[in-house]
Design a protein around this ligand. Structure first.
Ligand code: GLN
Ligand code: ZN
Length: 761
């Protein structure tokens, strides 16, 4: 029996974000289309060469994308909404980027398209990767467009790489699609016809296997999806290449029997998220089914415990051929640990990025095929690293442990209920009706970013940088006073990022210099790495708050990122439950909250922008998540007196299914995103009898457009239909960091005027 190694997808951005730079040069008109395509081809070639050299037997192709693989699939199927169709009817790169990014009408990359907004973008399952939502309209005719998947298979082949093309499965694509006046599943047969043709062409080009991704198989499936899967694979299994049906981001659970019975040649399962499913899968999978085991974490940055894996896999490998793979595409981890020059050596030893993960798989393969003795030295080194991590005092801080153990129920609850607190806060704050505020950040101008960059490069010394930030803060406080805002903020000029800023000051976090992961298109993020018990050595924001408050009589909000958001936007520990890590972060934030209060701060905002996106993929897991996530927020907030007002902010507009949890957070004031949705979601808050105060965003900060006073008054009138006047605050949808001062000034002036109009009425 033999073991082989597959990668299901390799990072597309390149080791040094080459794709980002190539895209941005093209979009800005500095390079032309052929230069962009050449750069992309270079990245693909380098990726194949790299993976091959590392020991991959099953190389992926078509895992590369210029922007997004879901968009690639939509374009391939001809699912191009009418508004992007150019006059010449050609669906080329200009159409592609118009769908991805929208156009302004005179945009270089989308010249023939007039002005259109981009397709809707949303998160890919529970990752931080964003895909472009496929759209299907009534009467839309699908047809194969450019077959990138066939081209890239041929391109690899011409270079001597035999690949297994990656194809997003039809049922997942349809499940992600949005129908305009139609049910996307009505197009199933049409879509399957196109998929069959694609598979036929791949077979013709020489592809023996195709990796067909159906991550929907780890979700709660409805009848329609199940029927579609049955129908799809009955048809596609007869269309040419053998299919490796690929599932990831969770276990098959109740879909297992169903999935194992689909007429495919191979099945990939995620054994990192769902190690417990292995035995059941082995039982359900006929010998003729080639199993691909996702044993190395494609979603996190830790080294695998190779010895433990070998113990588990060796008996299976003795009885059947196996493919070993990362749990999912390596798109979700940074490229190469070897590029980290500044990362602490001890922590570095514990990590594996995409390149290192393929090395781990290759090592497992050799141990299984040639015996452990053949790689005993490598295995011993790997085992030592895993043991070092387990034993490190950097990971385990007894003080943190005992503090967590001493947390009492009372620490999760404010002393009094929300109504009584409201009265105490009103007496202290003395705010007018319809109080106005902002969400925290003010424009991060080129000047601000430039000063930070110079400071980081050592070109600006600490006192000079500090003086610069103080001047920005003072200017912003003065401007807020002038314009007449009621509750001020300091502007967050000192913060690079709402999570990184805190992570850098907390014990237990490490930061990379090059650990980029694609977020969408050319955008990449560098998530902090949470490796150890979390504590807060010293106050993080108190000095900035104190300085800002010293400049004004108006209340200045303390501004913090909440524990759930810090957790959800980091690579987190895999040696303890997420809930435990979150509780530690909550205690650190709690320290900051109480220090702010002690310094005289009367209102503290704890942002939980990422609370909703942490929801598990399976509904039955929601309550458990919400219980600990809400608990962590409460633990961070509840250490203050009644008269201290706790705000929270969440920038999304889907609350209805989690309203009880939002209520249970027990924040005095919550600001949410509503400007685009006509206050619709307040219906839910009203029906639920949400007891606290709400600031429904009246200014959509995602667009450069400046709204006028009457528009904001009209939005607030809609809000008044749902909530009591004393519940309402007036604020933008989110922070203003991405906007320009020229936009912010008139918009906030109009917002303050709108509040005055409401008060006068
Ligand atoms: N206080 C943060 C800011 O303004 C909140 C950002 C967010 O919710 N994403 O910018
Ligand atoms: Zn926000």
């Amino acid at each position: 029996m033999t073991v082989s190694v597959a990668t299901l997808g390799f990072p597309r951005i390149g080791p040094r974000r080459e794709l980002k730079h190539a895209l941005e040069a093209f979009w800005s008109g500095k390079t032309n289309e052929s230069e962009l395509l050449e750069a992309a081809a270079g990245l693909r070639t380098a990726g194949w060469a790299r993976q091959k050299a590392l020991g991959t037997d099953w190389l992926p192709s078509n895992d590369f994308s210029l922007y997004d693989h879901v968009l690639d699939t939509s374009v391939m199927l001809g699912a191009i909404p009418e508004r992007y169709r150019s006059a010449d009817g050609e669906a080329g790169l200009a159409t592609y980027f118009a769908m991805a990014r929208g156009t302004t009408g005179d945009d270089h990359a989308g010249c023939s398209h007039g002005s259109v907004t981009a397709c809707e973008m949303t998160k890919w399952f529970d990752t931080n990767y964003h895909y472009l939502v496929p759209e299907l309209a009534e009467g839309q005719k699908l047809a194969l467009n450019r077959l990138k998947i066939v081209d890239e298979y041929r391109e690899a082949r011409a270079q001597g790489y035999e690949t297994r093309p990656v194809l997003l499965g039809p049922v997942t694509w349809l499940s992600l699609a949005k129908g305009r006046g139609v049910d996307p599943f009505d197009a199933l047969d049409e879509v399957l016809g196109l998929y069959a043709a694609i598979l036929g062409q791949l077979a013709h080009a020489g592809a023996e296997w195709v990796q067909i991704d159906e991550p929907v198989l780890v979700l709660d499936l409805d009848e329609k999806q199940r029927r579609a899967l049955t129908r799809a694979y009955a048809r596609l299994s007869r269309s040419g290449p053998k299919l490796m049906l690929t599932t990831y981001f969770g276990g098959l659970g109740d879909n297992l029997a169903f999935a194992a019975a689909l007429p495919v040649a191979g099945l990939h399962i995620d054994l990192v998220r769902a190690p417990e499913q292995l035995d059941a899968v082995l039982k359900a999978a006929p010998r003729s089914l080639l199993l691909s085991l996702g044993v190395v974490d494609g979603r996190n940055v830790w080294r695998a415990d190779l010895d433990a894996l070998l113990d588990r896999i060796a008996p299976i490998a003795a009885t059947r051929d196996l493919v070993l793979a990362p749990s999912c595409s390596l798109l979700h981890v940074p490229v190469d640990l070897a590029l980290e020059k500044k990362l602490d050596a001890e922590v570095t030893e514990w990590l594996a990025f995409a390149v290192q993960k393929v090395e781990e798989l290759a090592l497992l393969k050799r141990a299984l095929n040639d015996g452990r003795a053949s790689v005993s030295e490598e295995l011993a080194r790997a085992a030592q690293a895993v043991a070092n991590r387990k034993a490190s005092p950097r990971v385990h801080n007894p003080a943190v442990r005992s503090r967590v153990a001493d947390v009492t129920e009372a620490m999760y609850a404010r002393a009094t209920d929300i109504a009584a607190r409201g009265a105490a806060q009103a007496a202290v704050l003395g705010l007018p009706a319809y109080p106005t505020t902002t969400i925290g950040s003010f424009p991060q101008t080129g000047e601000v970013r430039n000063a930070r960059a110079r400071f980081n490069r050592g070109e600006l010394d600490a006192p000079a940088y500090d003086a610069f930030l103080r001047a920005e803060t003072e200017r912003t406080i003065r401007w807020q006073e002038e314009v007449g805002l009621d509750m001020l903020v300091h502007g967050e000029f000192e913060r690079n990022d709402m999570v990184q800023y805190f992570g850098e000051q907390l014990a237990g976090f490490a930061f990379t210099t090059n650990g980029w992961v694609q977020s969408y298109g050319s955008r990449c993020v560098r998530p902090p790495i949470l490796y150890g018990d979390v504590s807060r050595p010293q106050p993080m924001t108190v000095d900035w708050w104190r300085y800002a408050q010293s400049l004004t009589e108006k209340p200045v909000k303390g501004m913090l990122t909440g524990p759930v958001t810090i957790l959800n936007w980091s690579f987190v520990r895999d040696d303890q439950p997420r809930a435990d890590s979150c509780r530690q972060i909550a205690l650190a934030i709690r320290d900051e909250v109480t220090d702010l209060e002690a310094a005289g701060c009367k209102a503290i905002q704890i942002d939980e922008a990422a609370l909703r996106e942490g929801l598990p993929l399976r509904k039955r897991d929601w309550n458990a998540y919400l219980a600990w996530a809400v608990g962590a927020f409460r633990l961070s907030a509840a250490g203050v007196a009644d008269a201290t007002q706790i705000h929270t902010h969440m920038c999304y507009s889907e609350f209805n299914d989690i309203l009880p949890a939002i209520g249970a957070m027990d924040a005095d004031v919550i600001s949410i995103e509503t400007a685009r949705s006509q206050m619709e979601l307040l219906e839910g808050f009203a029906a639920y009898r949400y007891p606290g105060a709400i600031g429904p965003g009246v200014y959509d900060i995602h667009a450069p457009r400046v709204p006028g006073e009457s528009e904001m008054v009209a939005l607030m009138r809609l809000a008044q239909a749902h909530l009591r006047p004393d519940q309402l605050w007036v604020n933008p949808d989110c922070g203003l960091k991405t906007r320009k001062w020229e936009e912010v000034k008139p918009a906030i002036e109009a917002m303050v005027a709108a509040a005055r109009t409401l008060r006068a009425a």
